[in-house]
Every structure is written in C-alpha cells, then in structure tokens.
Design a protein around this ligand. Structure first.
Ligand code: DGY
Length: 327
C-alpha cells in the first residue's frame, strides 16, 4: 500500500505528527495559529486518506463530497457535535475521537469554576487594582457555602462523575442527576439520585452541565429553565456553549433569577470581548480550556494520531464514534 496521506488541520502537540511520521504516513499540516477557513480545509483535504481535525472544524457533506479519498477523520476532542455523523456513515468515512484522557482535567475546571464563583474569586481580585480594598468590610464579598449543598448534573457520564466525586469528597454534597439512562456506579458509590429535568432545575444549588450537544439538548438552558432554578443557584457549563442560550443566561443573572455562573464554553465561541457576562458580578468565563494541561493535550494528540495509525494497520480505531445509528 502507498503511504497514506494525512492532513492535520491545526498545530497540535508534536507527538501527533511524530507518531504519524514514524508510522510512515505523509503528513501535511495547516501550520498557522489561526483556524482554517472552511474552503481551505476542503481544498487541503483533497487527495487525503485521513484528516486529523479539531472541534472547531466544520466536518460536513461539502467536505465529504469534495474529498472522496478520505477514509478516516480523527478529531482531537472527545466531543463531535461539529461532525455530520450521518453524512460520514453514508460516505463510508470512519470517525475517531479522544475520550477518557480529558475527564479529570475538565472536571477540575468545573469544580474550580464552582468554588471561584461561589467565593467571588474574580470580583474580589478586581477590587484590588480598582483601589476599592480600603478596609475590612464585614458585609462585602459574601459567597455561597458549598458544604452539604445539592449538586445537580445534566449528563452524568465520565466527566460529570468526576465532578460529582470531587463535590462529594470535598463538600459532602448531595448528588442528583438527569440522564437518559441510569448511572449505577454513581448511585452506588456517591449515593447519586436520578431526577426529572424539572426536579434538577428546582433542587440544585449548583447545576453543572456535562451533556453532549444535540438536537434535544440545544439551548436546553433557556429562560424557561433558568426561571425554575433557585435564586442562590450557580450554573456551571464546561460541556458545549450551545447547551445554554446566552441572552437568557444574561437576563437570568441580571434579574437575580439565578445567583452566578461559571462557563468554560460560550455560545457562540469565541465570546465577543464586549459580552455583558464579562462585566457581571459572580460570573467567570474561561476560553474553553477544559482539556488544557500539558499531559492531557499530549494524550489527546497521541490518541488522535493512533486512531489513524490503527485504522490503516488493523482496520480498527482506538476510539470510534458510531456513525451508523446517526442515519
Ligand atoms: C473536547 O474534547 O470535546 C473539548 O471540549 C475540546 O474541544
């Protein structure tokens, strides 16, 4: 077999390219800091056997139609809402992703956002350069206690489980969750209780989102949802920005319908620099850094490359996304 051609759509940790080159793949890379425009992605993938992409590349029918040689697309991400799975299935293209390795890093960001919002880390930090830390004010910067509060999780999979485990261990929080199925391990080891979506909204002191984005979950956190939450509630989203309606979140925070929010994902991304959320008290926004540790990003690059290498050597991927059910 000729050496397969692989296109890599972003600068990734070196290990991805090193592994592919060692396994005698011919690699081309979009070697720029800025993301690839869609037409450039399509152009560069022509004649390629494999594409190693990221979560910000739009992988759709236009790409499949223009690149009939593509056999596998491996995304440097666990999420794959940017990929038209049904179209990939029809085009006979296999899809790989990188689950597992970013679970702890992402749960850590959710946990950190929860504590930072509950205890005003960012608001209090800003007061110092503003010159408003003049003396001790007993009634200022009063946060929310987290001990024995109720953590609600939408989407209790691996990352949600790690968030829940941390909250149970550190704050002895009660865990409730809403999923399609039952998470037996969480029920057994953390005493987690499955509830309806409405109960999740009404009972959570902290509501942390770990669901995947799809037609059923798109903007599930909207005005109707926020209005059912507690006034002291903290909303955390480290999954996908599209799960919340940003305007409704702004209004819920401004009207006091919920207390605070911690976001690692925004809707849309990137968030515009003049977004009102960035100036609101009790709100912390991060630029989608859930998986951003040296170890995690190296592991994601390794798995994304190995999905491609395994496919060409054994016909199997390390972690494959099912495309057939998406038809
Ligand atoms: C993922 O892996 O899905 C992260 O959100 C990075 O996009």
């Amino acid at each position: 077999m000729n050496k397969p051609n692989v296109f890599i759509s972003r600068q990734l940790p070196d290990i991805a390219r090193a592994l592919l080159s060692e396994a005698v793949f011919k690699c081309q890379i979009w070697d720029h800091e800025i993301p690839m425009p869609q037409n450039a992605l399509i152009e560069h993938c022509q004649g390629m056997d494999a594409l190693l992409c990221t979560a910000i590349d739009k992988i759709d029918a236009a790409l499949y139609d223009a690149c009939p040689d593509l056999k596998i697309i491996s995304t440097f991400a666990v999420g794959y809402d940017n990929i038209d799975l049904a179209g990939a299935g029809k085009a006979g293209i296999r899809i790989g992703h990188t689950p597992g390795v970013l679970t702890e890093a992402t749960a850590e960001i959710a946990f950190g956002l929860m504590v930072a919002v509950a205890r005003h880390f960012l608001d209090a930090h800003r007061q110092i350069p503003e010159g408003s830390w003049k003396y001790f004010v007993p009634t200022r910067n009063l946060g929310q206690d987290l001990q024995r509060k109720t953590l609600g999780i939408l989407g209790l999979g691996a990352i949600g489980f790690e968030m829940a485990r941390r909250c149970k261990a550190v704050y002895d929080m009660q865990i409730i969750y809403h999923n399609r199925g039952i998470n037996e391990e969480a029920e057994k080891t953390l005493g987690a209780r499955k509830v309806t979506f409405e109960e999740l909204l009404k009972q959570s002191d902290v509501l942390s989102v770990h669901a995947s984005l799809n037609a059923q979950t798109k903007e599930i956190f909207n005005q109707g949802a926020f209005s059912q939450m507690k006034e002291e509630a903290i909303f955390i989203n480290t999954a996908r920005g599209g799960l919340h309606c940003e305007q409704d979140l702004i209004e819920a925070l401004a009207s006091g319908s919920i207390w605070g929010a911690g976001l690692d994902v925004t809707n849309p991304e990137p968030m515009h620099a003049d977004n009102p959320l960035l100036k609101m008290p009790r709100v912390i926004v991060l630029p989608h850094i859930g998986s951003s540790t040296v170890f995690t990003r190296d592991e994601m690059a390794r798995i994304a490359a190995q999905n491609i290498i395994h496919f060409f050597t054994t016909g199997k991927l390390l972690h494959e996304v099912e495309t057939k059910k998406a038809h």
